[in-house]
Structures are given as structure tokens and as C-alpha cells.
Design a protein around this ligand. Structure first.
Ligand SMILES: [Zn+2]
Length: 282
């Protein structure tokens, strides 16, 4: 019972902390000084030597003027989804490390804790989201509170078909509030590189030709092999697939091993920052 009371107390504390975090509106208009999303990238955006399309002035302004802690949305059960920034607000590049999408894969959250304890490279805004699925995290389930696999719910090649309930993609694309929160935040931030942490395939996903070079760099830094991570059904509705086809930036899935001791979490945190610090030159 004592343990249960402690869990409840921690949940109450987390809820009160979350309530103090400002929400990120769909339009920046409600936030003094934060502009609205700069609009879709175009193939005419300037391309750097490493294939990066440099952020437009509007994106740089959004990044520079955004608060360093933002509540990007709310889960089905009303829990806050929070993003934090480290590094200089006027840094020209942005890295996002997403600790967790599937609540049954806890290691990435610990990696994010370690990232937050480190100094960010000066050239990069480092954004971290501990979990975009706080309900699944509390319940220890892959899916969100409505039984949707968020990594099948994004509107890129979304399909209603699935091979098992654990991959249920939702009733329509972006049907879930957690998916929409991430989409809105990614649209505003436009990270140059998104590192999406999962478990436990113990590899960095090589599945998308666009991101192959960054997958190789991440694999080298993390000390993980590269491979095409299987989707166990249609590879549709994924966050990385949506981001890579919608925006100029790169999104890579990093599958951590099943067991991640503290020393490994620290190592992975340093690895993510070291690769982030190589934007845009690689
Ligand atoms: Zn996963």
C-alpha cells in the first residue's frame, strides 16, 4: 500500500508540475512573441552541403522565440505532453530526441533524462520529449489509452489494415490527440534531425533512403548495427515516415536493446548529442 501511495503522490506532483507548463497553441498567435507555423517547406529552400534544407527565416524566428518548456498537447487521459529545449535559443539548427512513443519501451525516457543533464552543443537547439504517450507509459502498454499504436496513426500512407490488435492504427489518420500534438509541434519546430527512440530491436533503422547517412552516423555513435527494422504488418502511419516525407529534416528510428543499464543510457545520451552537434556538416 505504501508503494501505491507513493505512486499516487508522484502522479499528483507530476500533474501539478505539468499544469504550470505553458501549452503550445495551434497558432502562435496566443503566445506573445511566438509566430505561427512558417508554412510547408518547398524544394526551393536552400540546400546545405550535407543535403540539409536550411530553415527559413520564419522557422528560425519561431525557434528563437519559443519558450524553453512547452506543453505540446494532452493525452487521451488528460496527461501533459511536454517538450524542453536546451542550448541557445538562437542556435541555427534543431535536434529533437523523442524518448518514448510506445509505453512498454521505457529505456528512451531514461536516455532523455541523461540528455537533459548534459550540456548541449552550442550550434544546436536540443529539444527533448520524454514521452509522447504518457498514458501508455503509466500503464506499461505499447498503445495509447484508446488502444491505438501511435506509430501507425500518422497521416503518411495511413491504412486501416493491421495484422494484430497491438498495431491498431486508429479509426482514421491522426485520430489520436498524442499524434496531433506531435504533428503540430514538429510543424512549428521543424527539427533538422529527429531521433525517435524505441526498443528492443537493438539497431538503427536503415529503412528510408533519405535518412541513410544519418542512420549510419547514429549507429556509429550509439554502437548499434544498422538494419531495416521490420514493421510486422504494413509499414504505414509511422512518425518517421510522415516527417521524412512532409519536411526537409530527417527522422530516424533508433531501437535500443532490451536491457539498458544506466551507463548505457548515459552513453546513448552523449551519442545523440554528438550526432546533433554535427548538424549540418555531418
Ligand atoms: Zn516502439
Amino acid at each position: 500500500m505504501r508503494r501505491r501511495a507513493a505512486v499516487v503522490a508522484a502522479a499528483v506532483l507530476a500533474a501539478s508540475l505539468a499544469a504550470a507548463v505553458p501549452a503550445l497553441p495551434a497558432s502562435g498567435a496566443d503566445y506573445p512573441g511566438v509566430p505561427t507555423s512558417p508554412g510547408p517547406w518547398t524544394p526551393t529552400d536552400p540546400v546545405g552541403p550535407d543535403g540539409f534544407r536550411h530553415p527559413t527565416a520564419a522557422t528560425r524566428i519561431w525557434r528563437a522565440e519559443s519558450p524553453s518548456v512547452v506543453r505540446i498537447g494532452t493525452s487521451v487521459r488528460g496527461r501533459a505532453i511536454v517538450a524542453r529545449r536546451q542550448g541557445p535559443a538562437d542556435a541555427p539548427y534543431a535536434l529533437l530526441v523523442l524518448g518514448q512513443m510506445h509505453g512498454s519501451e521505457p529505456a528512451g525516457r531514461r536516455v532523455v533524462e541523461r540528455v537533459r543533464a548534459l550540456r548541449a552543443p552550442g550550434s544546436v537547439q536540443v529539444w527533448t520529449i520524454s514521452t509522447m504517450n504518457p498514458d501508455g507509459s503509466v500503464a506499461g502498454t505499447r498503445r495509447n489509452a484508446r488502444g491505438v499504436d501511435l506509430n501507425r496513426n500518422f497521416p503518411h500512407r495511413w491504412a486501416p489494415t493491421y495484422t494484430s490488435r497491438i498495431y491498431f492504427p486508429g479509426t482514421s489518420a491522426a485520430s489520436e490527440p498524442e499524434t496531433r500534438a506531435m504533428m503540430r509541434f514538429l510543424d512549428q519546430l521543424r527539427p533538422d534531425l529527429v531521433v525517435s527512440l524505441h526498443q528492443a530491436f537493438n539497431s538503427v533503422d536503415l529503412g528510408n533512403p533519405k535518412t541513410r547517412a544519418w542512420a549510419a552516423r547514429l549507429a556509429a555513435a550509439f554502437g548499434l548495427p544498422t538494419r531495416t527494422v521490420p514493421c510486422r504488418g504494413p509499414c504505414a502511419g509511422t512518425l518517421t515516415g510522415w516527417y521524412n516525407t512532409t519536411y526537409a529534416g530527417f527522422a530516424v528510428t533508433v531501437e535500443l536493446p532490451a536491457a539498458v543499464p544506466d551507463a548505457a543510457a548515459r552513453r546513448y545520451a552523449r551519442a545523440a548529442l554528438s550526432v546533433g552537434g554535427r548538424i549540418p556538416t555531418g
